[in-house]
Design a protein. Structure first.
Ligand code: SAM
Length: 259
């Protein structure tokens, strides 16, 4: 049932998605008229409504994927397809203690929060105050009225030092992760996993060079991964891959700490 202040995702006939926060007596306006929130509040998820100009809209509680693609962005988020691989490759489990840098817009942090569950713990550093604040708001908005584990968001640069110890997992989504390998190894328990998210091949090269020169006897290399996702469409007799595709997002490089 939709309640006041709940998030709702409205989808029009062209598949365009609109994320709104429901308020009593308020309306959502778009190019095909407006929708009264009072027609949504008190109704079940998966509802159909009509705008003042007769446009049909589907109304759902947003999935986390729909939410992160629509939420306010400070920094560029990690796309859901890559987040799914990070969760499996790093084996993020209920109760895990995860250290993250940088928080960015908080997209990955939200998925990590879900994956570690109520007994888990996340500490995330973000050096930019504005991004740190945006991530805080994004996370609070989605997690409102939901229970979750321990979350600490720090407005801090990891080059100034990391106070955390005995963590199960580390995930670095920042430009030069090779500069911080030394520091984050100390954050991890033996056998713990580090994942680095990178967008260019030169970054992977620099990271692997650093590993080959300095860290081969402290880390075990799990591997370098890239995920391609292709959507398919059916229209009448035509069933084929979509004409447009997100061609490149990023790479994931993972290591395990040796004891
Ligand atoms: N994973 C995030 C998400 O899904 O929303 C996006 C992270 S964004 C691409 C990279 C972030 O790392 C930026 O916000 C940047 O300010 C932050 N950053 C870069 N270097 C950092 C450092 N040394 N310490 C803390 N944060 C850092």
């Amino acid at each position: 049932i939709f309640k006041e202040e709940d998030l709702a995702l409205l989808i029009d006939s062209k598949g365009r998605k609109y994320l709104v926060s429901l308020k009593k007596d308020a309306t959502f306006s778009f190019h095909k008229g407006y929708v009264q929130f009072n027609d949504i509040i008190g109704k079940n998820d998966g509802l159909k409504v009509f705008s003042s100009m007769g446009e049909k809209l589907y109304v759902f509680k947003p999935t986390l994927e729909e939410y992160i693609l629509k939420m306010k962005r400070g920094a560029q988020i990690i796309y859901p397809k890559d987040i799914s691989r990070i969760i499996t490759l790093l084996d993020i489990f209920p109760g895990a203690k995860v250290f993250e840098a940088g928080t960015g817009s908080g997209a990955l942090t939200l998925y990590l929060l879900r994956a570690v569950g109520e007994s888990g713990k996340i500490v995330s550093y973000e050096k930019r105050k504005d991004f740190h604040e945006t991530a805080k708001v994004n996370i609070e908005k989605f997690m409102k009225n939901k229970s979750y584990g321990e979350l600490t968001l720090e407005n801090k640069d990891i080059s100034e030092g990391i106070d955390e110890k005995d963590f199960d997992r580390v995930i670095l989504d920042l430009t030069e992760p090779w500069l911080f390998l030394d520091k984050v190894i100390d954050v991890l328990k033996p056998g713990g996993i580090i994942g680095c998210y990178l967008t260019t091949v030169l970054q992977i090269y620099s990271l692997m060079e650093e590993f080959d020169k300095k860290f081969y006897d402290r880390l075990y290399k799990i591997g370098i991964f890239e995920l391609l996702e292709r959507k398919w469409e059916k229209e009448g007799l035509s069933l084929r891959p979509a004409l447009r595709m997100v061609a490149h997002t990023g790479f994931i490089v993972a290591f395990r700490k040796l004891s």
